[in-house]
Design a protein around this ligand. Sequence first.
Ligand SMILES: C[S@@+](CC[C@H](N)C(=O)[O-])C[C@H]1O[C@@H](n2cnc3c(N)ncnc32)[C@H](O)[C@@H]1O
Length: 282
Amino acid sequence: MTRKSAGQDKPLTDLWPGQSVPLLKALHILTRDGALNADSRRKLKQVLHLAQLIKPALDWALAEKDAPILADLGAGKSYLGFILYDLFFAKAGKGTVYGIEARTDLVATAHRIATDSGFDRMRFIESAIAEAALPGGRADIVTALHACDTATDEAILFALRHEAKFIALVPCCQAEIASALDGAPGPLRQLWRHPIQRREFGAHVTNVLRGLFLEAHGYKVRVTELTGLEHSLKNEFIFAERHQRANAQARGEFDKLVAQLGAAPSLLRLSDESRELPAAAG
Ligand SMILES: C[S@@+](CC[C@H](N)C(=O)[O-])C[C@H]1O[C@@H](n2cnc3c(N)ncnc32)[C@H](O)[C@@H]1O
């Protein structure tokens, strides 16, 4: 769809049919006169790409469930939740979108925008993800876009607690494994010798382990890129759909990799209390 908005040179080509321009102004993605700066364009593009990628999950939830529930974790300004509500939940006339966010000011602003927009099936919970619980204790779809560091692991555990059928993650910065690898021995230690390599390898390994952890818990996992790297460096999209209770082979691969590295995202490791972190090999 192409709309020419005042105050900018380029036409506003990014919007979906029927998408609310007043909402984008309330979110400050568009300025009052309809302009879109480079940062806003990037953010809008990320959110709309994510909406496209998870559309099958949204279509399924809205078709199959009487009261579908989507929880967006580490919601920030709740761009994602608002846009998904506008594009899918408002039109469907059913379903609830929850935004969970630790910052009081962001929760208050999101609440005000939802009220002003008449989005009466949006809810905002001020909480750490690790401590959050939805009324009814379940969610059909869990999203976490750029939830910082271990907040993505909190999101994974939240999704398991709420028996989510679909989980969509775009992880953010990750420091935990890089710091655990600092000086760690093992046959692979050349892979993380220098700080920049440790950071990048640590981030990569964290996401590999997250994928295996989800597979171990019965999810089918697809890992792709969200948008082009020109839009964000934090661009890995992990999409998981539950199709069985557990997968012992994936559990074995998770344990093997953790043993080889001597490091794992601690929240995922500790979530299974019957297991000890295997000692680093070599
Ligand atoms: C980088 S922002 C991303 C916000 C939003 N998802 C987006 O993509 O625009 C990360 C947000 O997660 C929130 N956050 C970080 N750790 C959290 C946690 N453990 N529990 C709840 N919120 C958290 C931060 O306050 C921040 O608003």
